[in-house]
Design a binder for this molecule. Sequence first.
Ligand code: SIN
Ligand code: MN
Length: 216
Amino acid sequence: MAAEAGAQTDRPRFQTPDGFRLLPGFLGPDEQRKLADDVIAAIAHAPLYRPSMPRTGASLSVEMTNLGPLGWISDRGGYRYEPAHPVTGRPWPPMPDALLALWAAVSDWPDPPQACLVNVYGADSRLGLHVDADEDARDAPVVSVSLGDRARFRIGGLRRTDPTRSLVLSSGDVVVLGGAARRCHHGVDRIYPASSALLPEAWRPGRINLTLRRVR
Ligand code: SIN
Ligand code: MN
C-alpha cells in the first residue's frame, strides 16, 4: 500500500490485521461488576495457579485458571487443553451465561465457546508476544474481555518480527481476533496499576482477562 501523504516514514507503517476488532466499553459498569463477581466466585472452585513454560520450566508472571468444558494449560508436558484443573483434578466451572451471550453477540460463529482462559495480572505481570496456536479450530475467532486495571496490549503480524502497535485496553473492552488477526502475534506489555476501581479491594491492583475460544 502506498504511504499516505504526511505519514511518518521513520518506522514501518502498521496496518491493523484484517479481522482485528476493538469494541471499547462493550460491557457497561454493572455488567462488568456482575461478570467480575461471577468469575471471582468460580475461582473459589478452580483456584488460580501460576503455569510454567514447557521448555524452560520458568513460571509465567500471570496467574491462570479456566471456565467451560476445556481449559488451556502449560507445563513441562507442553501447551494443551484439558477438561480438568491440573491441581484439584476437578472439571472447570461452567462459563457464566453473560460470557456465552457476549460470544454469541460478537463472534459471528455458530457454536458456543469451548474454553475460557482466565488470566489474572498483578502490578508487574506481563504476557510476551505469542500466537494462540493450540486450537484445532483455527478459523473460529478468539474473543477477549478485559476487567479491572487498564493494560497496554500489543498486536503485530503473522511473523514475530513484523511491526507491532500498542493500544490501551480498559475494563469492559472486548477484542475480537478473527480472520487474519486470528494468527497474529499479540501480548500484554504491562498493566496500569490502580487505574480501575472495578475489582474488589483484595484483587487490586489487578486485571482479569477472559479469553474465549473454540478448541476442536
Ligand atoms: C491472551 O492473549 O491470552 C490474553 C490477552 C490479554 O490479556 O488481553
Ligand atoms: Mn493470546
